[in-house]
Design a protein around this ligand. Structure first.
Ligand SMILES: NC(=O)c1ccc[n+]([C@@H]2O[C@H](COP(=O)([O-])OP(=O)(O)OC[C@H]3O[C@@H](n4cnc5c(N)ncnc54)[C@H](OP(=O)(O)O)[C@@H]3O)[C@@H](O)[C@H]2O)c1
Length: 276
């Protein structure tokens, strides 16, 4: 189990990735994203998850510069958007993201969604970026097991990470088991179901028992299930609270109860049925 906010999981290529980070989906470009990322870095976060489509890579880059944390201590993730998928277009999209972020290497580059007929060519571009040393690890997002198997059938390099929607209402048991068996690190997006799970009575009850908040219980559940987690908040007190989950442990019974909340219910689209 990770013992603190800086603890890392080791990806299958040996690169160390923090178990915990800040997500910046729907965080506005400009002062909102700059202040959120700086608040996270000031409070010990090392990992930031953005994407080209979030439109805030410049602000993330500005915050990284202003925070003054040594680059090698940070773990920065961005993602290639669907419209840019394909070999040459992905290579170009990567350079655009790097210019916006103001970085000379990236820690993790992800295929944002499995665009049918495109993701294999996109993956070839990620493999090239990896082999050229532009990015330390490459992975995918929103890949079901069948997408992963299809990709891996032709891939030279196995994805190091699969970032998927994951929270107590969407336990993703099949993907989690497959990823664990293949040495692919699973990462949770919308771990708090964008806030919807915070008033779930069962979670509130477990939180009260431990003297913790519902958000902290959910994020601890991620870590005890060996899933990397990247909750989003633009409020410093929540950024601090969300990461304060290393001083308690959910019991086997708590874990069973939380696992039992699964309803296969999503807040986002199903990767087999998205139209963007
Ligand atoms: N790969 C993908 O397709 C994909 C899709 C979606 C998201 N993501 C990534 O995953 C990250 C997290 O997911 P998300 O942003 O969708 O949702 P989330 O982290 O599940 O929830 C964020 C929401 O919860 C609130 N919140 C955060 N901490 C809280 C706390 N301690 N108490 C009460 N409310 C709290 C936030 O409000 P405030 O900001 O007002 O605090 C915000 O409204 C994203 O930011 C993004 O980096 C990836």
């Amino acid at each position: 189990m990770p013992q603190n906010l800086q603890d890392t999981t080791t990806l299958h290529n040996g690169v160390k990735m923090p178990w915990f980070g800040l997500g910046v989906f729907k965080v506005q470009e400009g002062s909102e994203v700059v202040e959120s990322v700086k608040a996270a870095l000031k409070n010990g976060y090392k990992s930031i998850d953005t994407a080209a489509v979030y439109g805030n890579e410049e602000g993330v880059g500005q915050a990284i510069k202003e925070a003054g944390v040594p680059r090698e201590e940070l773990f920065i993730t961005t993602k290639v958007w669907n419209a840019d998928q394909g070999y040459e277009t992905t290579l170009q999209a990567f350079e655009t993201s790097m210019d916006k972020l103001g970085l000379d290497y990236l820690d993790l580059y992800l295929i944002h969604w499995p665009v049918a007929g495109k993701y294999k060519e996109t993956w070839k571009a990620l493999e090239k970026l990896y082999k050229d040393g532009r990015v330390r690890a490459i992975g995918v997002s929103n890949f079901h097991v069948h997408h992963l198997k299809d990709l891996m059938a032709d891939a030279e390099i196995k994805p190091m990470v699969n970032q998927v929607e994951y929270h107590p209402h969407l336990a993703q048991t099949e993907i989690l088991q497959f990823c664990k068996a293949e040495g692919i690190q699973m990462e949770a997006w919308s771990p708090l179901k964008q806030g919807e799970l915070l008033s779930e009575p069962t979670i509130v009850e477990i939180a009260e028992k431990h003297g913790k908040s519902p958000a902290q219980v959910i994020l601890r559940w991620d870590l005890q299930n060996e899933v990397v987690t990247i909750p989003k908040s633009i409020k410093e007190h929540r950024i601090i609270q969300n990461a304060d989950i290393f001083d308690f442990e959910l019991t086997a019974e708590d874990m069973g109860v939380l696992n039992g909340l699964n309803k296969d219910e999503r807040i986002g689209p199903d990767p087999d049925n998205f139209d963007f």
